[in-house]
Design a protein around this ligand. Structure first.
Ligand SMILES: Nc1ncnc2c1ncn2[C@@H]1O[C@H](COP(=O)(O)OP(=O)(O)OP(=O)(O)O)[C@@H](O)[C@H]1O
Ligand SMILES: [Mg+2]
Length: 241
């Protein structure tokens, strides 16, 4: 569960990237965060994950405040950032062991999880190579596997399908549904409506830092005009007022 209460954040230039956001992402749901480029998705995610500090408002993950108890709160979630370019000099397997060390995953558990996740994402043969030799999609996969190693209850993913081939994208979506099916929480951002349509229980639409809709996709369809493609609705929702 993720709770945001009256969360705001401005950058030094004066841009109010996140403006008084209230959202509750419940256990057992895949929750999509939809909005056009520059809407404030990544900023909101950086606030939730403790990378940025809000100017005002409070954020709790599984009831734990990210500002009051950052380490405890961070143990609750796994985070896939929008850019997977990190630890490029490490080999895939070294990176995964490093992450497993940080989260205290036992050798027996990590061996099994690394093997099964790497097989599922078709990256097992590349684990012995340096991450800098990987394609964007392969880097994305290694980060996703690293995040899942400690089996966090809350998944937070920023544009996770970007760069994934159709098979891996399908696999990830399947895993997101499975995770929510176990009563856990999945929160991800996208500007691709088809992705949201396929897997989300509920969505929030953000534009210019403000939440302009929260609900199911059906409610979104009802709420906005009927018999129009979601994309058109979306354009309508996010165009200048
Ligand atoms: N470090 C920064 N300094 C100043 N302004 C920033 C910074 N990062 C983001 N912004 C601004 O904040 C707003 C929200 O940006 P953000 O990256 O959160 O959007 P986004 O919804 O993730 O967009 P995208 O779909 O392109 O990833 C934009 O106007 C952006 O220009
Ligand atoms: Mg972004």
């Amino acid at each position: 569960m993720i709770e945001l209460e009256n969360v705001s954040k401005s950058y030094s230039g004066g841009v109010k990237a996140v403006d008084t956001i209230n959202i509750e992402i419940r256990d057992g749901e895949v929750f999509g965060f939809i909005g056009p480029n520059g809407a404030g998705k990544t900023t909101a995610i950086k606030l939730i994950t403790g990378i940025l500090t809000p100017d005002s408002g409070s954020i709790r993950i599984n009831g734990i405040s990210i500002s009051d108890s950052p380490i405890e709160a961070k143990k609750q979630f796994g985070f896939v950032p929008d850019s997977p370019d990190m630890f490029l000099r490490l080999k895939g397997i070294e990176y995964l062991n490093f992450i497993a060390d940080i989260y205290g995953v036992s050798p027996a558990e990590r061996t099994e999880r690394i093997r099964s996740l790497s097989e599922r994402f078709d990256i097992l043969p590349a684990l012995g190579d340096q991450i800098q030799s990987y394609s964007h999609g392969m880097r994305q996969k290694i980060v996703i596997i690293g995040v899942l190693l400690h089996e966090p209850s809350v998944w937070i993913l920023d544009e996770p399908m970007t760069g994934l081939d159709p098979k891996s994208s399908f696999t990830l979506k399947e895993m997101m549904r499975e995770h929510a099916g176990k009563g856990k929480t999945v929160f991800f951002s996208t500007h691709i409506l088809e992705v949201a349509e396929k897997i989300c229980d509920r969505v929030a639409v953000i534009n210019k830092g403000r939440i302009i809709f929260v609900g199911t996709l059906n409610e979104m369809r009802d709420h906005f005009r009927e018999n129009e493609s979601l994309e058109k609705m979306f354009l309508e929702m996010t165009e200048d007022e």
